[in-house]
Design a protein around this ligand. Structure first.
Ligand code: SAH
Length: 209
């Protein structure tokens, strides 16, 4: 068993290593979120990551690593699954209007439960394919969602004219770059160093041309 204390210090050390300063209640709220995810995961299979210490690294810290690039007042997280990175960002940087989008009903049930029990103000969850969502958002996030071609094809209409699209990727994005559809362009590429994670992580920042 990994105690909450052990998870807390892993999370706090990771946040410090990322150079982030979060609100005072962020760490306990992130641990509450993870505890809820662990609980539901037993029955609903929401994530393949089951070890709590690995959840801190691969879900909490991996999501937090993009926080410095998040901007604007409205954010949509496409293919959010159990709320990654959307719920983590909502806790770490409250005050935005956040729409969590997933086509899978049981994931959205979990999201609604998390929003309710964690009292995530300004956060909503919708069960929908990204293609069918309407609105415009200053920031769009997507982790492990789809190829660049597919994600922009399905959700490109959701990006506000000056908005930023944050695509979280493992390695091997090279072959996806030619698939970026007309009207969008890659602006920045950042290698992310997630504390405790060996695997390469990349953040691709795209905008409208
Ligand atoms: N972002 C989460 C989940 C990634 S798995 C994470 O990083 O852990 C991809 C998710 O996208 C799944 O939950 C799946 O239900 C959802 N999905 C797949 N196609 C979709 C679509 N067209 N619109 C919205 N969600 C979709």
């Amino acid at each position: 068993m990994t105690t909450r204390d052990a998870l807390q210090s892993r999370l706090e050390q990771g946040i410090a290593a990322l150079g982030l300063q979060l609100p005072a209640d962020a760490v306990p709220r992130l641990l509450d979120y993870q505890a809820l995810l662990e609980r539901w995961n037993a029955a609903y299979n929401l994530t393949a990551v089951r070890d709590p210490a690995q959840m801190v690294t691969r879900h909490m810290l991996d999501s937090l690593a993009i926080l410095p690039y998040v901007q604007g007042q409205t954010l949509a997280d496409l293919g959010t699954g159990p709320g990654l990175p959307g719920i983590v960002l909502a806790i770490a940087a409250p005050g935005r209007e956040i729409l969590l989008v997933d086509s899978n009903g049981k994931k959205v049930r979990f999201l609604r439960e998390a929003i309710r029990t964690l009292k995530l103000d300004g956060v909503r969850a919708v069960q929908s394919r990204a293609e069918d969502v309407q609105g415009q958002f200053d920031c769009i996030t997507a982790r492990a969602f789809a190829s660049l071609a597919d994600m922009l094809g399905w959700g490109g209409h959701l990006l506000a004219p000056d908005g930023v699209w944050l695509a979280m990727k493992g390695k091997s994005v090279e072959e996806e770059l030619p698939g970026v559809p007309p009207g969008f362009e890659l602006r920045e590429r950042h290698v992310l160093h997630v504390p405790g994670l060996d695997a390469e992580r990349q953040l691709l920042v795209l905008r409208r041309t």
